[in-house]
Design a protein around this ligand. Structure first.
Ligand SMILES: Cc1cc2nc3c(=O)[nH]c(=O)nc-3n(C[C@H](O)[C@H](O)[C@H](O)COP(=O)(O)OP(=O)(O)OC[C@H]3O[C@@H](n4cnc5c(N)ncnc54)[C@H](O)[C@@H]3O)c2cc1C
Length: 291
């Protein structure tokens, strides 16, 4: 049962930050409520004050600029991202990821900011955003901070947010030429959390097809989403072949720290990493050749 709480529904960021700063430890921010309400129903979280930021419309937008890249307000819903023509045109991997995240009902209410702040290591957006080299902006009454997505997630369900801070925006830089990104997750139940999620972004040299840069980001295999940096190093500066991708998958499977739970054993998760890094790498490579 949910314990009684006092409810605030600020309409501006300033108002939300003021309330959040004032009620701090006794309060919780709610956006779409798709993760928080489960915790409240289970009695794991019982705030005295609930600050509902869903009505702060200034944090709900998708803006794109060919030089600066993409900016997504933290309160943009998963469904809006999935359906956005701007994202379908220039950042298709985000739309593909969103299409497989939860059900349409959850995507209609859940926000990308809420997903990132919930910091579930099995969440879909974070590995894709890390592969896309995304950064985040947070705001408090003291001002703004910027950080890479991989620095935002500190531990299971723990983020770098400080007292009075809200996540306000996600930025994805414009990709260099011949760059493409692919993502997949293995999940047992359709539209549910990843057992393992893998995102790979590859930049190829314009004439020689050599891998100039690569980012391999993994979900559900460690306390936070992580990069497989040794596997990346095995591919960077080389002409990527299927054998090299196979080797990278094997290296990545040794870099992760998976747990065993009801979805999969530690060994099975390592095997998924081995197979999916190769498979998603192959897809990202094929896309980069067309980009
Ligand atoms: C049935 C079901 C299936 C799901 N399947 C998936 C799935 O396949 N993949 C996946 O990734 N997720 C999945 N989820 C999780 C869910 O979609 C996301 O976690 C959800 O989108 C969170 O967004 P929200 O706006 O609802 O956040 P809320 O539940 O409102 O908040 C989540 C947390 O973030 C904090 N918060 C929210 N917004 C901000 C902000 N701007 N600044 C600071 N703190 C903030 C809240 O205080 C809370 O701690 C599933 C959820 C359900 C119920």
């Amino acid at each position: 049962m949910i314990r009684d709480f006092e409810y605030f529904a600020p309409k501006t960021l300033k108002e939300a930050l003021t309330l959040w700063d004032k009620y701090g430890d006794e309060s919780k921010i709610i956006a779409g409520g798709q993760s928080l309400l489960i915790l409240m129903r289970q009695g794991l979280v019982a705030p005295e004050y609930l600050i509902d930021i869903k009505g702060v419309s200034e944090l709900n937008y998708i803006e794109s600029d060919s030089k600066k890249g993409l900016r997504i307000g933290a309160l943009t819903t998963h469904r809006t991202i999935e359906k956005s023509p701007v994202i379908q045109d220039g950042f298709i991997v985000l739309a593909e990821m969103e299409r497989r995240l939860a059900s349409i009902q959850t995507r209609n209410w859940g926000t990308i900011g809420g997903n990132i702040c919930h910091a579930d290591p099995a969440g879909d957006p974070a590995p894709v955003l890390i592969a896309l080299n995304a950064t985040l902006t947070t705001a408090s009454l003291k001002g703004e901070r910027n950080m890479a997505v991989e620095d935002f997630c500190l531990d299971y369900f723990e983020t770098a947010l400080e007292h009075g801070e809200l996540l306000t925006e996600i930025q994805i830089p414009a990709a260099p030429p011949h760059t493409s990104t692919a993502y997949t997750k293995f999940n047992v139940i359709e539209s549910d959390m990843a057992t393992v999620g893998v995102a790979v972004s590859i930049t190829l040299g314009s004439s020689d097809g050599i891998c100039q840069d690569i980012r391999i980001a993994l979900g559900a295999v460690a306390p936070t989403p992580m990069r497989a940096k040794q596997a990346e190093a095995a591919l960077r500066g080389k002409k990527i072949t299927d054998n090299l991708l196979k080797e990278a998958g094997e290296i990545a499977s040794t870099e992760v720290e998976p747990i065993s739970d009801m979805l999969a054993s530690e060994e099975y998760r390592r095997e998924l990493v081995r197979v999916l890094v190769r498979r998603v790498g192959k897809e990202a490579l094929a896309r980069a050749k067309q980009a």
